[in-house]
Ligand binder design. Sequence first.
Ligand SMILES: [Zn+2]
Length: 449
Amino acid sequence: MTVNVVLRGIRVIDPLAGRDQVDMDVWLRSGRIEAIERRIRTDQAPTLDLARAPGLPEVVLCPGFIDLHTHLREPGGEAAETVQSGAEAAAVGGFTQVVAMANTRPAIDTPERLADSRRRARLAPVRVLSAAALTLGLRGRDMVDTAACAAAGAAAFTDDGRNAAPTRLLAEALRAAAEVDRVVLVHPEDEAMVTAANPDVPSVMRCPHRPPDCEVVAVEQALRALTQAGRGRLHLQHLSCAGSLELLRTARELDFPVTAEVTPHHLSMWLPFEREPDPPSLRKVNPPLRTEQDRRALVEGLREGLIDAVATDHAPHPAEDKVGDYADTAPGMIGLETALATCLTLGGMGGEWLPTLVERLTAGPWRVLGAAAGLREPRLRLGQPCSFVLFDPEEEWEVGAEPLRSRSGNTPLLGVRLRGRVLLTVHEGTIAHLSPALELPGLTAIPSA
Ligand SMILES: [Zn+2]
């Protein structure tokens, strides 16, 4: 599918280039950006006027989004998601690079399994990177061979889903990962505290009661490990409460090499829910949704740059894992397709916020992992294949009205109307997603579904 069109009246945001311009013309041809100028006159392409009335937010062109935290469930959980279906969901959400977590079945904890993951990612419509586990089987006992895993393509190291490694082992892992210039991603929840709060639940991952202190203490331990390591880079995943931000702030002031992410759901939802989803486990997630106060602190932390990135923690599950006794149901919700709209509509990040949000979805996550991880620098490049997204911050849509690309539907947002829609996602010069809402003149060879 190729395209040849001049889009008129576009806002162009490219954070790494320090660019934010309104009312621009963008010439797209064959999946490339040929030109970005105030007015492009060409007799070679039709013009599509997307200009908005004064005062209304313009359609935005920016580099493709990067998701630091995606669960693709392959191998072992293909009923919930595959690399292909997850990558398609990513494209619908405007993501052109995603980092797949290592907690598949089996876990990605050897160079051979990493090589398998890399092979599976090859045909995906967006760039899928693989994180390696930090410890064998995520059990927190024996470290993986970090050098061999990095050589096999590990973008980062993480036991995400679990946090069983003691501080001493985490310190050792931070040092080993530093040797290969990789970041260690930590799911900060103290498992002993979680287990103590749920004496009758056998699976630490499914425990429903996870007080904020479980996270705060785990953040403290991770920072202590970083101090013990004396080197390395630590990234705190899916922070959910104000207490964690205070520790992060202090660590940053002391120049600790620590970064952090927040999910769209923690930025936009809190408990109690106004209308409980059916089943209620659709809102069950680790760490749990917290209070409106926590949510506000996270939004503020993201705005000021204390939190570096929005990361989805896209966690697909088959429907049967979400029904039954709440304590037994699986935690997690899908998020790739709704991330942008959730932040804009429910997180209140439109308006003056918009360029910051784009930064936290592009340049922010790129900085977290660093160049060695294998991410492409998120920049708009003219005349050559690059990854970009076109989105309309105003367009409304209903979640689930069109079938989701994810194989799973576990989100409390089903049936909810959101504002903000990705119109076009181009991955390295190839169209990965084209919304039916965007009628492009000059479009040829529409692909079969
Ligand atoms: Zn996690």
